[in-house]
Design a protein around this ligand. Structure first.
Ligand code: FMN
Length: 322
């Protein structure tokens, strides 16, 4: 079976405005995952969470849920079922301190018994026919935690086990333990999706060659750095200057329309440029100018100069450790 390619959920980057523009210009991912929504006792999605769920026509989109409470998970999953979603993803990987302190995201991995109970309650209460995948790190403090975690995951009919082989305390530092994909595949019957440090067609080729039984590969920072990465992996052309320009202009305009004020749109674009600037050979001056820009005019003049003066980088790479 052909390995599928997924676009990773990335808070502030791959949201509901990014996905359709990316899909149209660069050819889509086999699946996009939404950045997490966080259901709570109010039983109400925030407006920005509803936006994430309601603007996904024409693409395969899997909503992601972040919670430490099976009741809240089930409420959200049922709402998503009503909206037409047939699969949801459970975030067990977010490394942020504010999240993990609440035993959410990768914080849940330090409490395997609670995790087991939560999965039991989730699978007992899901709408019939709904699938749940998990997106997990391999531990909180140490990869030695993985054996116990996999033993738990193996007891549930997960739609897919998406593994980012770093532990929580590493955040995105060092390198992902790609070689763990082999032992994971050998120890589970679940479909396994590998996620971590796939930044080029060569990386993707090596993963496919070494682990052909993977169901999918999920790509995050690499795709925001080079929006044409999946097309290149499929044998297609790199991003052209015109495509990058169009991608930028449409996204910036969409942010300006949907966020209140140009400054918020500029802040959002700064986040994107932390990665997307890797598509250019010498972006340092540009990044300085963009970080200073407080008005639409200053921002757009920095962008104009970048596109006018900078060559495209044939080997885009995200910034290390970010
Ligand atoms: C800025 C940023 C935001 C992220 N937001 C999410 C998120 O909302 N949900 C999630 O499961 N992972 C999130 N991640 C993790 C990515 O989905 C992915 O697992 C991680 O970047 C490793 O994959 P990569 O090496 O291909 O980038 C985020 C990562 C970054 C850098």
């Amino acid at each position: 079976m052909k390995i599928k390619y997924y676009a990773a959920p990335m808070e502030g980057l791959t949201g509901y405005l990014f996905r359709p523009i990316h899909n149209e210009i660069f050819g889509g991912a086999d699946r996009y995952f939404t950045p997490f929504v966080s259901p709570n006792a109010t039983c109400k999605f925030q407006t920005k969470e509803l936006d994430e769920l309601q603007h996904n026509g024409g693409m395969a989109v899997i909503p992601q849920i972040l919670t430490n409470c099976s009741e809240h998970f089930l409420w959200a999953a049922r709402e998503m079922w009503e909206m037409g979603y047939r699969e949801v993803n459970f975030n067990l990987g977010c490394p942020s301190g504010t999240v993990t302190a609440k035993r959410k995201g990768a914080g849940a991995l330090a409490y395997p018994d609670e995790l087991d109970r939560m999965l039991g309650e989730i699978f007992a209460g899901l709408p019939q026919g709904m699938g749940v995948s998990v997106k997990t790190r391999i531990g909180k403090e140490s990869p030695e935690e993985w054996g116990r975690l996999l033993e738990i995951y193996n007891r549930y009919p997960l739609a897919e086990l998406i593994v980012h082989p770093r532990v929580q305390k590493e955040f995105y530092r060092g390198r992902a333990r790609r070689e763990m994909a082999g032992e994971i595949l050998a120890a589970t019957e679940l479909p396994v999706c590998y996620n971590g440090d796939v930044f080029s067609p060569e990386d993707a080729c090596a993963v496919e060659r070494d682990y052909p039984r993977l169901s999918a590969v999920m790509v995050g920072r690499g795709l925001v750095t080079d929006p044409a990465l999946l097309r290149r992996i499929r044998g297609g052309t790199p991003a052209s200057r015109e495509e990058l320009r169009q991608f930028h202009d449409r996204l910036f305009e969409a942010y300006c329309r949907r966020l209140s004020g140009d400054l918020n749109a500029i802040y959002r674009m700064r986040e994107l440029w932390n990665y997307l600037s890797g598509s250019f050979t010498d972006p340092d001056d540009f990044l300085k100018r963009v970080r200073k820009a407080k008005t639409r005019t200053d921002y757009l003049s920095a962008v104009e100069r970048l596109f006018g003066e900078n060559a495209l980088n044939p080997h885009p790479l995200p910034p290390p450790g970010k």
